[in-house]
Design a protein around this ligand. Structure first.
Ligand SMILES: [Zn+2]
Length: 288
């Protein structure tokens, strides 16, 4: 009799557990990897057909260098960021910590809010990597590339990726990002970063329409300009709304005149692989 009266409760508990499990499940790593690799492949093809900027350095050695930095960075993410952040996201989900967990929202709305907040807080982190001298030492390695294409998107010093784990943990804890929200944001972010670093020329109409919503290659090219006032703009990594809200959006006009890089590092001899890896740990020279 008892077991019969308890059946609805048991079913409800089971249903709750099931919905918790589905909320927690991150995107399949294979799906994320296919989306990111596919984006890289498509962009690499389009970059050859519709280049936006004329290259300064020979493509092959430069791409090899960028991919070497990316491989070391990927190892740092695999060893440091992923295990820590994944655990924190699972804990946030279990304990219902963080902003979006304070109200019971439908799953789609909770994920949307979390992804938007992750995108906004990455805008803040990006500004910090330029404003805080210790962080800039590392982020500069990304900026001193003399050209900009999809390979620049993955060229981050392992030190920057390691230190940014602290910010990522704070993002997940403060926002209440579940493993699902986190994986959707990370996959979308990687695709967005590959796209806006790519050397792809869009039609003026596509540029204008897309730029109202997301960061385009031309908009982000301005952030990589050798002119400091231009570098101090267009900080967004996903949606352009954050730059609009902060008044830091520099529209994509006269992009052909933008030279990519940092003035103190214009010589190809300054941007070799050993020099880039050592840069954050050496005495700093004025960048501008
Ligand atoms: Zn930057």
């Amino acid at each position: 009799m008892d077991s019969l009266t308890n059946t609805p409760n048991v079913m409800r508990r089971e249903e709750g557990r099931r919905s918790d499990r589905s909320t927690q499940a991150p995107l399949s790593p294979w799906l994320s990897a296919c989306l990111v690799a596919g984006t890289f492949l498509v962009l690499s093809i389009v970059e050859r057909r519709r280049p936006l900027r004329r290259p300064v350095e020979p493509m092959l050695p430069r791409t090899g260098r960028n991919l070497a930095i990316a491989a070391i960075g990927a190892a740092a993410i695999h060893i440091v960021e992923t295990p820590i952040v994944r655990r924190v996201a699972a804990l946030v989900e279990r304990r219902r910590w963080g902003l979006v967990k304070q109200v019971r929202l439908p799953l789609w709305l909770e994920v949307t809010c979390a992804v938007l907040l992750l995108d906004y807080t990455l805008y803040v982190w990006h500004v910090l990597t330029h404003r805080v001298p210790l962080l800039w030492r590392f982020h500069a390695v990304h900026h001193i590339d003399l050209d900009m294409d999809a390979s620049t998107a993955v060229r981050f010093h392992f030190g920057e990726l390691t230190v940014s784990t602290i910010w990522r943990v704070a993002q997940v804890l403060g926002i209440g990002a579940s493993p699902l929200s986190l994986s959707i944001w990370q996959t979308g972010l990687l695709m967005s970063i590959l796209f806006h670093h790519s050397n792809v020329r869009l039609s003026p109409g596509a540029e204008r329409r897309l730029g109202k919503l997301v960061v385009t290659p031309t908009l982000h090219g301005i952030h990589h300009s050798v002119v400091q006032e231009e570098t101090n703009s267009n900080w967004s990594s996903g949606l352009t709304i954050w730059d609009r809200l902060h008044g830091t959006l520099r529209p994509a006009v006269l992009h052909e005149s933008v030279t990519v890089g940092v003035p103190a590092f214009r010589d190809p001899g300054d941007v070799t692989l050993p020099k880039m890896l050592a840069l954050p740990f050496e005495p700093q020279k004025p960048y501008w």
